[in-house]
Design a protein around this ligand. Structure first.
Ligand SMILES: [Zn+2]
Length: 151
């Protein structure tokens, strides 16, 4: 869109010069768009940092802190899948396979609800994870039953 000069006729067709009509309003709108963009960028950077922090906590074995951080992610960024992804990691690290699979199903729901935001390969990765987790859960339950029988 070509920029309107201050002394040009206002694009709103009022017949006034731009500087006496919509210039201030348009500037304010531009500014708030720029501010919104900046806030969105900061939010997404903050999300990445918070999301990575959960991964670090899981790797350090600080699972209670990791779970709390993952739940905070969920609460703060309910519109993205990261919280469920990270909460799934925490459950997985604890050997809570079914809970982890449940979280990853939520991730898949996110990717299906917003396909434009996600790489289609992501669904396959999570589906594969869920299959493995269900198998691990079944195995663990089986081992538990065997222990019950022998004990
Ligand atoms: Zn105007």
């Amino acid at each position: 869109m070509p920029k309107t000069g201050r002394n040009d006729p206002c694009p709103c067709a009022s017949g006034k010069k731009y500087k006496h009509c919509c210039l201030d309003k348009d500037r304010a709108a531009d500014l708030s768009a720029a501010v919104r963009q900046r806030v969105a960028l900061q939010e997404s950077q903050a999300l990445d940092v918070a999301s990575n922090a959960v991964v670090d906590l899981v790797h350090d074995g600080r699972l209670d802190e990791a779970e709390q951080a993952a739940r905070e992610l969920l609460a703060r960024y309910p519109e993205v899948h990261d919280g469920y992804d990270r909460l799934g990691m925490v459950h997985e690290a604890r050997g809570q396979f079914r809970e982890a699979a449940e979280c990853y199903r939520k991730v898949i729901e996110f990717t299906r609800a917003n396909p434009e935001n996600y790489d289609p390969g992501l669904v396959d990765i999570f589906l594969e994870l869920i299959v493995k987790l269900e198998a691990s859960a079944a195995q663990a339950e089986c081992a538990l039953n065997d222990a019950d029988r022998s004990g």
